[in-house]
Design a protein around this ligand. Structure first.
Ligand code: F6R
Length: 609
């Protein structure tokens, strides 16, 4: 979590302005405090405080900072509450070195007490502050004096945990020192300016030329140069040009990124499903060769994994397939060996729980296929085959377009697998692929058009409720889970999803008049039982909201219905049925006065365990 950005330029530009805009683009990573430091005429200048970027900027005006080199940070607090003192950047005792850090330094207490014994004065409660004092100490002790880069490198070897670090020193007023392990850091390359940031949107309006710093790499950037090394050896960086546009990282007239991203789903789906079948064919062969399959992911991506589990299990009914929440990996590690195929799903490609589980699985020689949205991020790099959703950058903290793109990619993979498994003729395969490509974006567009006003109205009906249930069965369960997660994470209404059949085993006890119950009810094998469950809930006064097809019998039992067009195959349902629930969550959050793009206590990329 946390967003960092660093800029060095020889183009006579005041970097504080660019850093402020860059931080705005990174705000989805954390937003409880913010700060910038620049070097101006050999001296550090800093402004920082608790609060969102806009609020702090209004109060302090970051553009007051002069200088053509600087670092900035938007924080998601881990060590120490969000206040002025704990806000980054942090300085050493001499106020010549400044650092911003994303991640967690696990051994900071030992380092801190050692440095305090040596006379260092710490001002914050953060783990990050040890980094600058370590560099200061390294420089102080050396005889003959060490270079800053040497001191920086020695410091990095002493850190345990996860970090993306950018550091500046007044003695080298054009240079930014970088290091990464398990927290993302990317470099943006322009002729006279170099950027380093947690994510590409931070500098996308200035350059599309990107270098992804890899785990264990240490770098130095100046306005004209990029130097990277790993384990003491120089690494030749491989810049690439991102296809994302600067507009894709802006709100473009929408009040929130989340609403924009909901509306971008048809195009995100179209771009994702139009994938070269060669990669899918390789992935399908790995699936067929494996003895068991494990879907590994967190949160919304885990719900996509559940959908993938249902789709693949239908094609390979005898194959053991386990959907696993990545942070629970240890419990299932006995299943993982060289015959196991892991399908890891992550929008950011940087979620630490997934990375840790994958590293452990790789040690046990498991094969790995990954699905990510961010090219060349850490999780694809830990994989044998990397598939990508083409949803464009997702800035809203609550995943929407990347989720439906993940499910669509898994649906496309399932069709490929069915073909490779000999269960689908060549002709049927082509028809299925065509249908998926043609119908999915179209259906989702229709769902948005026909249900947005309804979602808005329903939001005004349920906005004062404190609890809600989301019920489904079978392949529709991932939709219920995702709908509940969306509602709770941005509107803060307690939302619980469970298989409809479970209600009578406990949860129905708290249903009372007007208790909202969302029922995911396509016309499929679950219909009859869902109808029974709707009756049970209605009898207790529940307010039934169905997501269903027009003329489905459940509408007679419902107080409110969203209608979804029938698709060529149920594999589209986990995509189309979730869309009204995204809109319901969005409009409920707005009605309750919350910012859906910045839910409290959350950040988009979770780089802590
Ligand atoms: C919820 C949400 C999170 C993420 C989870 C995994 O809307 O976005 O639950 O899905 O933190 O993130 P990724 O997909 O980046 O691994």
């Amino acid at each position: 979590m946390c967003g960092i950005i660093a800029i060095t330029t020889s183009s006579n530009t005041k970097v504080s302005k660019l850093i402020t805009t860059g931080l705005k683009r990174l705000e989805y990573r954390g937003y409880d405090s913010v700060g910038i430091a620049t070097i101006n005429q050999g001296k550090i200048e800093t402004l920082k405080d608790a609060g969102t970027i806009d609020r702090v900027n209004q109060k302090l005006n970051f553009e007051n900072l002069e200088g053509s080199i600087g670092i900035g940070h938007t924080r998601w607090a881990t060590h120490g509450p969000p206040n002025q003192i704990n806000a980054h950047p942090h300085a050493d005792c001499t106020k010549k070195i400044m650092v911003v850090h994303n991640g967690i330094i696990e051994n900071y207490l030992e380092i801190k007490s050692d440095l305090e014994r040596k006379g260092h004065i710490f001002t914050s409660q953060t783990d990050s502050e040890v980094i600058v004092h370590l560099v200061e100490e390294e420089l102080k002790l050396a005889n003959p004096p060490k270079s800053v880069i040497q001191a920086f490198k020695n410091t990095i070897t002493k850190l345990e945990g996860a970090y993306a670090i950018t550091l500046i020193h007044t003695d080298e007023p054009e240079t930014i020192f970088l290091a990464r392990k398990d927290s993302p850091l990317v470099i943006g390359v322009q002729e006279d300016t170099k950027f380093a940031a947690s994510d590409i949107p931070a500098f996308l309006e200035h350059t599309k030329k990107v270098i992804i710093l890899k785990n264990g790499e240490i770098g130095v950037i100046t306005p004209k140069t990029v130097y990277i090394e790993k384990n003491g050896f120089r690494v030749q960086p491989k810049p690439f040009i991102v296809s994302w546009t600067a507009e894709s990282a802006q709100k473009s007239g929408y009040p929130h990124f989340m609403l924009k991203e909901i509306h971008e789903q048809p195009i995100a789906l179209k771009n994702t499903i139009n994938i070269d079948s060669e990669e899918l064919s390789k992935a399908s062969k790995k699936i067929l060769e494996s003895t068991r399959i494990v879907f590994l992911a967190c949160g919304t991506s885990y719900h996509a994994g559940l959908s993938g589990f249902h789709q693949i299990q239908r094609i390979l009914p005898k194959k053991p397939i386990y959907p696993i929440i990545a942070s629970e990996y240890e419990t299932y590690s006995h299943l993982i060996d060289e015959e196991t195929l892991i399908i890891a799903i992550s929008q950011s490609g940087e979620t630490l729980d997934v990375m840790k589980a994958l590293s452990a699985a790789r040690k046990n020689k498991a094969q790995v296929i990954s699905l990510a949205n961010v090219t060349d991020s850490s999780i694809p790099r830990l994989s044998h085959i990397s598939l990508y959703t083409k949803a464009g950058p997702e800035i809203g903290v609550a995943a929407t377009k990347t989720h439906t793109a993940q499910v669509a990619l898994l649906a496309r993979l399932a069709i490929q697998l069915e073909f490779e498994a000999g269960e689908l003729s060549k002709d049927d395969y082509s028809v299925q692929v065509d249908n998926l490509v043609q119908q999915t974006p179209q259906i989702v567009r229709t769902v948005i058009n026909q249900n947005e006003l309804k979602a808005k109205k329903l939001a005004s009906i349920i906005q004062n409720q404190n609890h809600s249930y989301f019920l489904a069965r079978g392949l529709n369960m991932p939709v219920a889970l995702e709908g509940a997660l969306k509602l709770k994470e941005i509107s803060y209404i307690h939302a619980e999803a469970f298989p409809a059949g479970e209600s009578k085993h406990g949860p129905i006890a708290i249903v009372e008049t007007n208790f909202p119950i969302v029922m995911i009810a396509p016309d499929d094998w679950t219909t009859k039982k869902m109808l029974g469950n709707a009756e049970e809930m209605k009898a207790r006064g529940g307010y039934i909201i169905s997501v269903t097809e027009k003329d489905h019998r459940i509408t007679e039992r419902s107080d409110y219905s969203f209608f979804i067009p029938k698709a060529f195959s149920p594999i589209i349902n986990p995509i189309s049925y979730v869309v009204p629930l995204q809109m319901l969550a969005y409009y409920t959050a707005v009605r309750r006065g919350y910012d859906p793009d910045k839910p409290k206590n959350l950040a988009k990329t979770v780089t802590v365990e």
